[in-house]
Design a protein around this ligand. Structure first.
Ligand code: FE2
Ligand code: FE2
Length: 205
């Protein structure tokens, strides 16, 4: 698959496009964008590490999540370097409602919990990829190049999560995917007072 095909698949997987109002706000709040982006990379690595601890009997998961955690930490280092170049101090920025909103809907216990966590992972990766692609053309050369460089790996992460969810589920996952697609869409398209990498439509700034 070439990159355009990956992006087309991701657009079809997601229930909506990132609203232009988010892009406009992101351009005004690039410092928060980068700090929250750094946080997201750390959290992505943590999610993968948690799965590594919990599912030691699932060989493909161990392989994919170990690789993913390493890549996310590499991205983290890259974002921190860019922040340093720009004189941005890494300070505490609270999490957005996005990932928590998705995680709250995860079924508790056993295989259903694993399947939901993997599907949520697929959506978070897919949305990240879609946002990097969407905002890249508006950014300065360094940041544009960096965000474009992330598309390939985030596209692969989305695919890895979705493939593992299909592989480990005893039943078709389409209904759960549709459920999370709808939830994710609400989080992206509804008003959101806190601008973050995965926030909704910014309320009047
Ligand atoms: Fe990443
Ligand atoms: Fe990722």
């Amino acid at each position: 698959m070439n990159l355009d095909e990956v992006l087309a698949e991701i657009d079809a997987f997601l229930g909506c496009e990132t609203p232009q109002a988010w892009v406009d706000e992101a351009l005004k709040q690039q410092e928060i964008l980068l700090i929250d982006h750094a946080n997201c990379e750390k959290k992505a690595a943590t999610t993968a590490m948690n799965l590594l601890y919990k599912h030691i009997d699932r060989e493909d998961l161990l392989k994919k999540m170990s690789q993913l955690a390493r890549e996310e930490l590499l991205h983290f280092e890259q974002v921190v370097n860019i922040m340093k170049d720009r004189g941005i101090t890494y300070r505490h920025v609270s999490s957005s409602r996005y990932a928590a909103g998705m995680r709250d809907a995860v079924r508790k216990g056993g295989v259903p919990e694993l399947i939901d966590i993997l599907i949520v992972g697929a959506f978070i990766e897919a949305r990240s990829c879609e946002r990097f692609a969407k905002i890249a053309p508006y950014l300065d050369k360094q940041l544009e190049k960096f965000y474009r460089s992330l598309l390939r790996s985030e596209g692969r992460h989305y695919k890895d999560y979705l493939t593992l969810a299909q592989q480990y589920s005893d039943e078709p996952i389409e209904a759960r995917v549709a459920f999370f697609q709808q939830l994710e869409r609400e989080l992206i398209e509804s008003p959101d007072a806190d601008f973050r990498f995965h926030s909704g439509v910014p309320t009047a700034a």
